[in-house]
Design a protein around this ligand. Structure first.
Ligand code: KIV
Ligand code: NA
Length: 277
């Protein structure tokens, strides 16, 4: 496989080949994405919940994000590498956003950044793109705003809200965004926005007509034990396997069936006698 570029993503979109995007938070998950055909690896700020145990993505700091970006970057060669800008690192001003994004590229080793928001981010997206940092927009359900939105709910079921999603996507594309994530929007809106844009859309709970799909690693693997959103499909049952492993280990240690002879170092008899003497 060849390195995935933005040009390649546009070509997938125009040929109608779905784009695959999956989150990764550390070296081994990055290796897996790299080895098994993922087009875009996202260091999502879902990191806050699924890896770090915070109750909201708003808790994640830039330094925490950078720590995980570095680990993922070390394991990632082929997929385009994008990371979420943590809550608060791009809101105060476009200058702030550029400074934070530069750290993510230079220290974190990512190739692009993702930002949640609408028209209020147009100037920020313009500035980031102008300095050569590719931006992925994220509209619809924006988890960093879950309190303002009164929960993690489908967005754009009402005409006015759907129009807001469409206008945001169009404006962010015009400002330079190379792709747009559509989270938790009705299927017809996902399809409509996809047709309205030239840039690829990546859906999560946005139906099958988007240019690509993204899911959270822990949801795909069946690791996450919290609520399962309607749009999540579990493709593996890693939680069950992990449970099997831990229970087996604990039991084997307790009953002294681990370690056995083959898992143990011996010592020449004469050396042992010398030691005892
Ligand atoms: O944080 C995340 O994992 C995300 C994707 C699921 C889109 O933003
Ligand atoms: Na995110």
């Amino acid at each position: 496989r060849k390195k995935v570029t933005i040009q390649h993503l546009h070509s997938l979109r125009s040929r109608g080949v779905p784009i695959t995007m999956l989150t990764a938070y550390d070296f081994p998950t990055a290796r897996a994405c790299d080895a098994h055909g993922v087009d875009i690896t996202l260091i999502g700020d879902s990191l806050a919940q699924v890896c770090l145990g915070y109750d909201s993505t708003t808790r994640l700091t830039l330094d925490e994000m950078l720590h995980h970006c570095r680990a993922v970057a070390r394991g990632s060669k082929i997929p385009l590498l994008v990371a979420d800008m943590p809550f608060g690192t791009y809101h105060a001003s476009p200058e702030d956003a550029v400074r934070a994004a530069v750290r993510m590229v230079r220290e974190g080793g990512v190739e692009g950044v993702k930002l949640e928001g609408g028209l209020e981010l147009v100037e920020t997206v313009r500035r980031l793109t102008a300095v050569g940092i590719p931006v992925m927009a994220h509209v619809g359900l924006m988890p960093q705003r879950h309190v303002a939105l009164s929960g993690y709910k489908v967005q754009g079921r009402r005409a006015a809200c759907a129009l807001g999603v469409l206008r945001s996507a169009l404006a962010l594309e015009a400002a330079g965004a190379f792709a747009v994530v559509l989270e938790a929007v009705p299927r017809p809106l996902g399809a409509y926005v996809t047709r309205a844009l030239r840039a690829p859309t990546i859906g999560i709970g946005a139906g099958p007509e988007t240019s690509g799909q993204v899911l959270v690693w822990d949801d795909v693997m069946g690791i996450w034990c919290g609520d399962k959103a309607k749009f999540v499909r579990r493709f593996a049952d890693v939680r069950e396997e992990v449970g099997r492993g831990v229970r087996g280990y604990v039991q084997a240690v307790r009953e002294r069936s681990f370690p056995e002879a083959a898992e143990t170092y011996g010592m020449p008899e004469s050396e042992w006698e010398a030691f005892l003497a």
